[in-house]
Design a protein around this ligand. Structure first.
Ligand code: IVH
Length: 704
């Protein structure tokens, strides 16, 4: 029995608070990091109550790391991370029947198939994807998609979803089941009624509700918010589930998973479109949100041949439903400056619900879009311009930023004037210029423009880039304007800790909004961020035209920073390095030019070099199979391939860990020459490069 709090001495109180901090901390870790809880909820509450009581009587003994200051007792680390053994990909989108016909055509051309292909078609569930790993039939962990390579450990939360079995009978030794966690309309309504009755804010839509419910450090909250799960795919497997997509889904159902009852096998694009219409007609009465129909090649052997691009499979596509529409009033137009200096007009709207989400902003793209006439004189919205005060029709397709579909001219105030687009940067006042052939007006202030500086930094720390916990958009704005501990360049993020340590008077921990713990956490997060993956780093640089996919394809091609930097610096229109850069699948000329220009710009290059000095850049692990005869080699294909399309050969080579270049150079290891090979074969001969024919390539590609 412990002493009554009233009877404790100060020394005893101090000692006990130390012990309690340890015990509570340990219980938090056991509970939240999803090891099994070590003590019951009642015992945990008793510890917390005793801690609070002692602190109330001896405020002077309260510890700086007191458990009572930890909101909701959430551990500062948040969720554990889980690396997906097989990446979790996203899907390419189709918006109209043409896109679907094209999808089928592209696949058949890749495979060199002339006959019809069978596809499955099933609803695209609007929830969040989850990967659940079973070993010997026992659930080992569940992870969110995250960035596709690493997700969050939500094992304990997934345990609260009745549709997810804890154990499986007759399952492969290793089985990762993938699917969508969602909330049914009825459950969503009941939950929102409950929240409203409790005086809390209702949730915007079932998807947000599902995401919020799954990502709860406090599992009790997950348990109180009914979630469901449809299985539609798989990750790592020790044994094939079936020879076809449909068979595999059937097998998952037999193992005890819910699979979508509207899944069908279709024999042609027409069949897919017919089933799409069927699903769309039932959309309103399904009882859960869907935002399209997913088509997948049925034969798994063909799926394997088709393989993946950097973030999407070639064998599947999501055919999205048409966007939802709503009318509202345009209150004002503000012009924001982006990280590349682009002046981006944004419509401020009278809030309106579009497809379950309240929208109060819409993008207006550029001045031509507002004027209703493109730079080549084509009409936009039938030539209707957009004026402040107009009634505008807003559309929203899934996660896409809302846009203006139409303007109601009958409701226009006769006094309304056409919008005058600013000719100077609203932030730094530099002239805003428009290059010939560009619809975007850009601030010419470059590095002196604070708006561009802040936006670049926001991009740098964003998800998909450095993603530093505790350094989001809000904090970036704060530190950008800060005189004591300014961050105006990416490199300065990594000198923050040292600068703070060297400042004897104004420590960050003593400033508004910060304390010892939050500062320690921020510096720890920055420390961790020094270890950065090459693809994320390239994306983070914020070079115009280079998005996340470009970061991924460049990283996969050059493999490490040194090779990437050397390749870009050496590239000059027409030379071998330029040919290498532009031969990378997914790298267009415009992207390559923008990349090379950024590295050539002395100020930009200096900023990049300063940053690199603070980082440990992780080279890309080849996504290759265990051993392959061509792993690490640079291949060039030339002439006609007769047994495999050029696209498939290239994809196969990349899957086997090889690089494929468009032209022969001293770096080429192997030339695969089909009939009709010309100058490339001659060049290879001259350089003493090994040349093989298609049959030999097929043997290599098959791993024999
Ligand atoms: S298949 C390799 N099937 O859509 C392809 N995805 O936009 C794996 N989704 O990340 C995905 N319903 O979260 C597939 N029936 C379905 C789906 C589905 C919803 C989600 C999934 C994916 C996202 C891509």
């Amino acid at each position: 029995m412990s002493k009554r709090v009233e009877d404790l001495t100060l020394a005893e109180a101090k000692a006990e608070l130390g012990g309690l901090a340890q015990q509570i901390g340990r219980a938090n870790r056991a509970y939240h990091q999803q090891d099994s809880p070590e003590i019951t909820d009642a015992d945990y509450d008793a510890l917390k109550r005793r801690n609070t009581a002692i602190e109330a009587r001896f405020p002077q003994a309260k510890r700086s790391d007191s458990p009572s200051d930890q909101v909701g007792a959430a551990p500062s680390e948040g969720f554990g991370k889980i690396a997906h053994q097989v990446p979790m990909l996203s899907l390419e989108n189709a918006f109209d029947p043409e896109d679907v016909i094209d999808f089928d055509r592209r696949i058949r051309s890749f495979l060199g198939h002339t006959e019809a292909l069978a596809f499955t078609a099933e609803p695209k569930i609007d929830g969040l994807s989850l990967s659940i790993r079973y070993e010997h039939g026992t659930l080992i962990y569940a992870a969110t998609r995250g960035d596709g390579d690493t997700g969050e450990d939500v094992t304990a939360n997934a345990g609260c979803i009745p549709d997810i079995p804890q154990t499986l009978l007759d399952a492969p030794e290793v089985l990762e089941v993938r699917g969508e966690v969602y909330m049914a309309h009825e459950d969503f309504r009941v939950l929102n009624d409950r929240l409203t009755a409790a005086g809390e804010k209702p949730l915007a839509n079932p998807r947000n509700a599902a995401a919020g419910a799954l990502r709860q450090l406090d599992v009790a909250v997950t348990r109180s918010r009914p979630l469901r799960f449809f299985a539609y795919a798989w990750g790592a497997l020790s044994q094939e589930l079936a020879p076809t997509q449909l068979g595999a889904i059937e097998r998952l159902r037999a193992l005890g998973f819910k699979t979508n009852p509207l899944t069908r096998l279709c024999q042609s694009p027409d069949g897919l479109l017919a089933h799409y219409a069927q699903i769309e007609s039932q959309r309103a009465v399904l009882g859960y949100d869907i935002d399209g129909v997913v088509y997948k090649v049925n034969e798994l052997a063909l799926q394997a041949r088709l393989g993946y691009r950097s973030t999407t499979p070639r064998w599947a596509i999501a055919h999205k439903f048409a966007a939802e529409l709503a009318w509202t009033r345009l209150e004002s137009i503000v012009v924001q400056v982006g990280r590349t200096g682009a002046l981006s007009p944004v419509a401020r709207l009278s809030p309106v619900t579009v497809g379950g989400v309240v929208v109060s902003n819409a993008t207006l793209h550029n001045e031509d879009y507002i004027a209703g006439r493109s730079r080549n004189g084509e009409l936009i919205r039938g030539g209707k311009d957009i004026r402040i005060g107009d009634w505008v029709q807003i559309y929203r397709a899934g996660d896409v930023i809302p846009k203006v579909a139409d303007v109601d001219l009958t409701k226009r105030d006769p006094a309304a004037q056409p919008f005058t687009f600013p000719q100077i940067c609203p932030d730094c006042g530099s002239p805003a210029e428009r290059q010939a052939g560009d619809s975007v007006r850009r601030c010419s202030g470059g590095l002196i423009c604070p708006a561009q500086g802040v936006e670049r930094l926001k991009h740098f720390v964003s998800r998909g880039a450095f993603d530093i916990e505790g350094l989001g958009a809000k904090q970036v704005e704060f530190f950008y304007a800060d005189e004591v501990l300014p961050i105006r360049t990416p490199a300065q993020i990594f000198t923050m800790h040292a600068r703070d340590a060297a400042n004897p008077l104004q420590k960050l921990k003593n400033r508004d909004g910060y304390g010892e713990a939050s500062v320690a956490k921020l510096f720890a997060a920055i420390e961790t961020a020094r270890q950065v993956r090459l693809d994320k780093l390239i994306f983070a640089l914020g070079i115009r035209h280079l998005g996340e996919t470009a970061g991924a394809v460049l990283a996969r091609h050059y493999m490490d920073w040194t090779a990437f930097e050397a390749g870009v610096l050496a590239a000059e229109s027409g030379n071998a390095a330029w040919a290498e850069l532009t031969s990378i699948e997914g790298m267009g000329n415009v992207m390559a030019q923008s990349l090379v220009a950024a590295f050539r710009n002395p100020a930009e290059y200096a900023a990049i070099a300063a940053l690199i000095g603070h980082l440990q850049i992780q080279p890309v692990k080849p996504r290759a199979v265990a051993s392959s005869a061509v792993a690490g080699l640079t291949l060039v294909f030339t002439g006609t391939l007769e047994k495999m399309s050029r696209a498939e050969a290239k994809a196969r080579a990349e899957m086997l860990g090889a690089k494929v270049a468009g032209s022969v150079s001293a770096k080429t290891d192997l030339l695969i020459a089909g009939p009709g090979a010309g100058s490339k074969a001659k060049e290879a001969e001259k350089l003493g490069i090994r040349i093989i024919d298609e049959d030999e390539w097929l043997r290599l590609a098959a791993g024999t």
